[in-house]
Design a protein around this ligand. Structure first.
Ligand code: NAD
Length: 437
């Protein structure tokens, strides 16, 4: 069987690439060894948000899993239908790229002019004794329903996954301890976001230990101990009925290539140029499997559209330099563009404008927890270069700021736009006015 494009992996990168290619009139085969929708839909973004939405001290985690599953199943059905409508051939099984332009799967071979690898990532592990003990979980395990009934949880890693699961379990009434290796949680984000999120987590009873070096895990399900050394060099033990290991995700490129096709890898991830080309002719890669990429579903989707355009000889349609990132805490946090520190490190003189939730009618009406919208603008030109938010619906509001940055808007231009009242979005225009003055 011969196709224009073969896509390995059916997550947000892979299915978007398949749809885009089909819309451009290409014949497409997509290989998926598990379920279409990938990590995002089956073991990531969507199930986590469904569980977070329902998590209250009175909620039953089993009921929450049932509703989560209904959401996931509905969305997956939609993707499968779309792929069918677009006449994408979906092949279920483990695919291997056996030679240039040839993919083998379940004893069959498929030829394609171009191959796009969109095989995603898997939870990373850490070299610590006891990491594989029963009672230690990855986010996959917890999203698949393990960890029901845990009344205490130790979370190793205070990144996005760690913080979101800590939020969920704290909302369910569990005792949660986060052990984070660096000096603050959510390390790539603005210092002030980390401080504010830490404050809200602590208010919910979450213990947050930063600069914590995990030394080993012991115990059995229901009674686990994580030994660590704290920032002062003192030994400590965090106890929980379970342990979540949330220390990042690693590219899933193992077993994808036969010895005849050996693209350049960096720490197991595919090295690609800006357009998504690997070192092997007509072999492309997108999403979490790419070395140095930001591992987010919306980045994989953007890369998918760009790679298919490149395959067709067109200019990439999506700007991939401006990437909003979101954390589903309570309240939500989001960020796009440069932080004040990053701008300074690049030698850009910036000013910031801020609006507080305490002065926003909608936030007060909703009794939201304290937060802010902060805009970062070039001190000379007033052009917005970054934004950080901790407030209700921050994850939606950040899209407007991504647009402002992409269009090169100044704070004054943003301040000219009428924002509806009473809404949380008014904080964006207040922060812009504070800057434009
Ligand atoms: P991450 O890289 O965001 O965070 C991992 C954290 O673990 C870091 O803070 C790191 O310092 C810490 N860490 C590493 N080793 C440690 C150790 N031995 N002891 C203690 N701490 C240690 O990774 P993640 O949270 O696992 O998420 C994986 C990927 O999935 C990320 O790219 C993330 O952006 C993405 N994701 C995104 C969302 C979202 O957009 N809302 C949600 C979940 C996951």
């Amino acid at each position: 069987m011969t196709y224009d494009v073969a896509i390995v992996g059916g997550g947000p990168g892979g299915y978007t690439a398949a749809e885009e290619a089909a819309l451009r009139g290409l014949s497409v085969v997509l290989f998926e060894r598990d379920l279409v929708g990938g990590t995002c839909l089956n073991r990531g973004c969507i199930p986590t948000k469904a569980l977070l939405h329902d998590a209250t001290p009175h909620a039953s985690l089993s009921d929450m899993h049932a509703r989560k599953q209904a959401v996931v199943t509905q969305l997956r059905g939609g993707i499968e239908k779309l792929l069918k409508q677009r006449k994408v051939a979906v092949v279920h099984g483990q695919a291997t790229i056996v030679s240039l332009g040839v993919v083998a799967c379940e004893g069959q071979t498929y030829e394609a002019r171009d191959i796009v690898v969109a095989a995603g990532s898997v939870p990373a592990t850490i070299p610590v004794a006891g990491i594989d003990l029963p009672g230690t979980y990855t986010s996959n395990d917890l999203l698949e329903g393990e960890g029901v009934g845990l009344s205490s949880l130790v979370v190793i890693g205070g990144g996005v996954i760690g913080v979101e699961f800590a939020t969920m379990y704290a909302q369910l009434g569990a005792h949660v301890t986060i052990l984070e290796a660096t000096e603050r949680i959510l390390p790539p984000m603005d210092r002030e976001i980390a401080q504010r999120v830490t404050m809200h987590l602590k208010k919910r009873g979450v213990k947050v230990e930063t600069s914590a070096r995990v030394m080993g895990i012991e115990g059995e399900p229901g009674s686990m101990q994580v030994r660590y050394v704290d920032r002062r060099g003192n030994s400590g033990v965090a106890e929980g009925e379970g342990v979540l290991v949330a220390c990042g995700r690693r590219a899933n490129a193992e077993g994808l290539f036969s010895p005849d096709v050996q693209p350049e890898l960096s720490r197991g991830a595919l090295v690609c140029d800006e357009a998504g080309r690997t070192s092997v002719e007509r072999l492309w890669a997108i999403g979490d499997v790419v070395a140095g990429t930001v591992q987010l579903a919306h980045v994989a989707e953007a890369q998918a559209r760009n790679v298919i355009a490149s395959i067709c000889g067109d200019e990439p349609p999506v700007e991939t330099g401006i990437i909003p990132s979101c954390v589903y805490t309570s309240p939500e946090a989001a960020s796009v563009g440069l932080t004040e520190d990053e701008a300074k490190a690049r030698g850009i003189a910036v000013r910031t404008g801020k609006a507080l939730t305490g002065a926003n009618g909608k936030c007060l009406v909703e009794e939201s927890e304290s937060g802010y919208v902060k805009l970062v603008a070039d001190a000379q030109t007033g052009v917005i270069v970054g934004a950080q938010l901790v407030c209700p619906r921050a994850t939606d509001l950040v899209a407007e700021l991504a647009l402002a940055i992409s269009l090169g808007c100044t704070a004054a231009q943003l301040a000219r736009v009428i924002h509806p009242h009473p809404t949380v979005s008014e904080m964006v225009s207040s922060a812009a006015r504070a800057l434009a003055r």
